[in-house]
Write a protein that binds this ligand. Sequence first.
Ligand SMILES: Cc1cc2nc3c(=O)[nH]c(=O)nc-3n(C[C@H](O)[C@H](O)[C@H](O)COP(=O)(O)O)c2cc1C
Length: 321
Amino acid sequence: MSKVLVISGHPDLDASYTNSVIIKQVSQHLTDVSVRRLDQLYPDYKIDVAAEQQALIAADIVVLQFPLYWYSVPALLKKWIDDVFSFNFAYGTHGDKLKGKELILSFTIGGPAESYDPLGYNHFTVEQLVHPLQQTAYLAGMNFQTPIYTHRMVYIPGVYNKLEEVQARAEDHAERLLKTIEVISDSSQAKITTMIRQWFAQFDQLGSDTQVYTRYLAESVEWSSPEGDFIGHQGFEDWYGIARATFKPNCQHDIHQIDITPQGDGYQVELRVLLTADTYPESVMKGERISLPVNEVWQVKFNSQGVPMIYSYQVTPVLEK
Ligand SMILES: Cc1cc2nc3c(=O)[nH]c(=O)nc-3n(C[C@H](O)[C@H](O)[C@H](O)COP(=O)(O)O)c2cc1C
């Protein structure tokens, strides 16, 4: 079972109408959860960095729960990130303490959905506004889960919304958050995540042994990548030959996002991976050092020994807007 850590970034949770509901639901429904109320722990904004880092190390899934304030996290939560995500903890040569942990942003928003649009009065999408937090997760090597948020959560009696409306939305929000946590904690998903990490660790080395890959590939695997379409183990080996003739060994695959969703009798895996590599001068990449973000979509099913097997593997380079 995964350990869940909820960081409550509301500056005054006792005065909250919605974050308090979400936190209460999550605390009641999860067995292995710890909630850290920053407003109670640090009314003076003096964060106990060692205690917070210890709590993070013990967690598998980290939830940042907050109300959106000025298109960002409240100041108390920002201070927590600034202090706790420190050099050689979250980044730097020895800064691998958060690597592989799941990060879920769970937040409430005052404005309506239609305002978070290029034509609305908030101009930017919610996803655009959380890019700094998404990049924080990437730098720390955390898996950035699709954020969970709810609009129209501001309650000002007689002015904005009705209390029972915002609280019903908060209940619904909590259900979505619990569902996401349940899906990530599922042991099948954990097995797939382990396989994904092993897979890319092998790719970093680009060794000659293809069995380290084919043990996870169905005999009939369909492989589709910018280099072309390939079928079966032989097809994979043909593709791998091209990869080894292009990229030098000891390249780096940074896994930025892993979304695993049940589909039929298997799972769909969606990945965002950043490949950084030196290339051979005689290859199509002409010896350049590349930094290439790609989206990958895999179809995975477990075989009779409980090993996750890839049936379909699609790679598409990300075209940054
Ligand atoms: C200081 C402050 C800044 C806020 N900024 C925003 C904002 O940028 N966008 C928005 O849609 N709502 C904004 N709101 C509304 C809050 O997001 C909303 O009140 C909150 O999500 C409700 O959560 P609670 O019931 O747990 O307090 C802001 C509210 C406050 C008090």
